[in-house]
Design a protein around this ligand. Structure first.
Ligand code: E4P
Length: 230
């Protein structure tokens, strides 16, 4: 399973990428706005677009894998223009569009031009089918948000993987809105190719209390044995 980091924080992504385990990055307008506000020390953000392009450029320079940059326009022609402009930031940009009629039309147009598109805000198998037919490089089902409203996000992943297995779509399932280690492991057991992880979930994957206590005991025994030798 490839791991993407779901963050627009350049420093954080740089640190996590040192692990050698990070294969890409996803951002969305909320994450970018939060990051610009944090960086400028303000509560709200006014940004003409320059800040977004700069941050996406910085993220793209950190790794070879895809960095998803989302459009904010909602009508086709503006979305298409925005997508083209985002795609020019770096060769590893994947343009992210919402799963709407305009979004899928834009996905189709950009994909025909060889631009990678990540179709986001996917909440059903029917939507995932349309995204694949539109030529998407990635489809992002939001499992945590489905769980939040009492649905079963992981079941959606299972359904989409099963559905895609009958065809030769190029679209890869990018498990998104991940809230727990359980989400990651269950998606991996189903064979989902990619999950995008908030930094705290990525870090949590390393952890087990028995690893910590075991290491503490090993080191303590080692220190004691050295003292008795000396
Ligand atoms: C993915 O591309 C999205 O940015 C993200 O996974 C959304 O997660 P959230 O539901 O925690 O906001």
């Amino acid at each position: 399973m490839r791991f993407f980091i779901d963050s627009a924080d350049v420093n954080e992504v740089r640190e996590l990428a040192k692990s050698g385990l990070v294969d890409g990055v996803t951002t969305n307008p909320s994450l970018i706005a939060k990051e610009i506000a944090r960086a400028s020390g303000e509560d709200s953000v006014e940004d003409s677009g320059g800040g977004i392009h700069r941050r996406i450029g910085e993220l793209c320079a950190l790794l070879d894998g895809p960095v998803s940059a989302e459009v904010v326009a909602t009508d086709f022609s503006e979305m298409y223009k925005e997508g083209k402009s985002l795609s020019k930031i770096a060769k590893n940009v994947a343009v992210k569009v919402p799963l709407t009629e305009s979004g899928l039309r834009c996905c189709h147009a950009l994909s025909l031009e060889g631009i990678d598109v990540n179709v986001t805000l996917c909440f059903s198998s029917a939507q995932a089918l349309l995204a694949a037919k539109s030529g998407a490089r990635f489809v992002s089902p939001f499992i945590g948000r489905l769980d939040d409203i009492g649905h079963d996000g992981l079941q959606l992943i299972e359904e989409i993987l099963e559905l895609y297995s009958h065809y030769t779509f190029r679209t890869e399932v990018l498990v998104a809105s991940v809230r727990s280690i359980g989400h990651v492991v269950a998606s991996a057991r189903m064979g989902a190719p990619i999950a995008t992880l908030p930094p705290k979930i990525f870090r949590a994957l390393y952890k087990h209390p028995l690893t910590d206590s075991g290491l503490e005991a090993f080191l303590s025994d080692w220190r004691e044995s050295k003292q008795s030798i000396l």
